[in-house]
Write a new protein. Structure first.
Length: 146
């Protein structure tokens, strides 16, 4: 489910919640997205103690799961809500630094190329001005939604 936030710190962003209570994305949603121009969007996820590893930093699996999610949230924010039913066929994550629990994790998302069946996406993840990770992904468009 997606809705535009009307007040508070996320006012003007699109908030994503999971319609089904017992799915994996429920462990890190809600997320928030906004467009940044043609083919670009920013997606943010609030971080909680549940997202940390044993060293107290954000867990790499959490960052990878968020990377899988933010591409779809960005496509929706960019006017392609039908692609929420697309699937990830490739995801590569490079960890650049330790993420912290507390500050939101922001992903700057860019659609590099769209073909008849695929989206090629690049993402960088930051907290404040600190780079945490980078990722690339290939998404297979939702059937019949090219």
């Amino acid at each position: 489910m997606a809705e535009t936030v009307v007040e508070g710190p996320w006012a003007g962003w699109i908030r994503y919640l999971d319609d089904e209570a017992d799915t994996y994305p429920g462990t890190f949603l809600p997320s928030f997205a906004r467009t940044e121009g043609a083919g670009r969007a920013t997606v943010a996820v609030e971080t909680r103690p549940l997202h940390r590893n044993r060293l107290g930093a954000l867990h790499g699996g959490f960052i990878a799961a968020v990377a899988d999610h933010v591409g779809f949230a960005a496509l929706n924010a960019l006017g392609r809500p039908e692609q929420l039913a697309a699937v990830t066929i490739d995801l590569q994550v490079q960890f650049l630094g330790s993420g912290r629990v507390g500050p939101a994790l922001f992903a700057d998302v860019e659609i590099l190329k769209e073909t008849g069946r695929l989206f090629f996406v690049r993402m960088t993840f930051r907290q404040d001005e600190d780079l945490v990770a980078a990722a690339t992904a290939t998404f297979r468009k939702a059937p019949g939604k090219t």
